[in-house]
Design a protein around this ligand. Sequence first.
Ligand code: ATP
Length: 247
Amino acid sequence: AAISPLLEVTAIEVFYESSILAVADVSLRVGPGEIVALLGANGAGKSTTLKAISGLVLADRAVVSRGDIRLRGESVAGIAANLLAARGIVHVLEGRHVFGHLTVEENLRAGTFLRRPGRREMERGIEEIYGYFPRLRTKRSTPAGLTSGGEQQMLAIGRALLTRPELVLLDEPSMGLAPIIVEEIFEIITALNRSNGTAFLIAEQNVAVSLRHAHRGYVLDNGRVAIEANADELLARGNLADIYLGV
Ligand code: ATP
């Protein structure tokens, strides 16, 4: 039998409360250890797709009205986000949600609550995160609110990684950051992916950077998948941004 993908989204449709159709028909898959880019203009449905997968649509009073979401072949549609985290999916929201008054390290410690790790496991996890994100080690005692946007994004990702996810849903990590910092973040994502096989589904408007680091990509247009291809192929279509991303 064929090995089922880590994540398989089949023909989902998502409505917000006010009966706004945000996602009309999205199917996608993420294999174990894959980095997949989810591209599209503002409002194309990227964030809603990620929220449908992580269960956070419920918090926005939206419903997945059609389709299915399967994790290792098992339907997880309608399951709450905290339960999904225990099954290995973690969602890093757009906009870097860190506790500004807590230090960087306190933020990391606050993030591991889902798994209730033992002390040694926690210390090991935090050391590992500092290994990937040296800037976080440097700023470990600084209140997160006083660190740069890039450091806050790294912190949000680092905190999510402490749950030891198999799949990270990442919503626009490049938002508002300088190109050199965006590059640094994507290089860390690639390094993480290579060393522990963590899979990533990354919603991005930054086509060039995300495709240079992804294996495959999907382009959403008006709540539907317009193109699905390997990252190389998508990169080779130089006019992608003009056609679908409203650039
Ligand atoms: P962005 O980059 O702006 O986040 P996106 O591709 O992630 O864009 P979504 O945020 O998923 O797109 O938005 C898809 C559609 O759903 C848009 O028409 C948007 O206005 C609508 N929408 C998003 N969030 C809500 C909400 N909380 N309530 C009602 N409509 C919403």
